[in-house]
Design a protein around this ligand. Sequence first.
Ligand code: GRF
Length: 207
Amino acid sequence: MAEGAADKIRVAVLISGRGSNLEALAEYRRTADPAYEIVLVASNVPDARGLVLARRFRLETWARSHLGMSRDAFDALLDAELRRHDIELVVLAGYMRLLSPTFVSAWQDRILNIHPSLLPAHKGLDTHRRALLAGDLEHGCSVHVVTDGLDEGPVIAQARVRIAARDDPDTLAARVLKEEHQLYPRALDAYARKLLEERADGRTRLV
Ligand code: GRF
């Protein structure tokens, strides 16, 4: 086991963009004693704003553009980096790239994602506009375990917001994002706690 608290689950956060969820996940330890420790922030976009935030939190970063590489080749590099850091749980936070089936199956039950809709409604992109167009009365965000299908896999936590008549995609997105920042650290903490219990029982399936 590499350096770090043995009573924490070693997490890598994968990002592609602004990193506000990463920030919420990193901030959480200021007010709580989470069961996770962010050991690595990895990105497929070398100039992602989230990397700047990561460095501000003194988190180790790894950035490599996927351009010109096959999905399998890029994910193999990423996989090697995660293993080099003894990562136990992969947390997608605005990671705008599909993971290869090989990667997803190697990390089965060890990848979480946050999606800005009340899954199973509105998988994919542009969820806020689609919720408004559908005439939904409520919208929100979901944390789920990642499986092969896009935005599929068991939902472990959700937060709801009411849609107001005056909402447009931007106002709705802003309210949902606020909820994401509350939901994700708590959902990750609970999931990591469960993994720690499994580890204590000797039930942990090492990746
Ligand atoms: C969030 O809305 C998240 O739900 C989605 O991508 C966005 C990432 O935002 N998967 P940020 O990079 O965390 O600010």
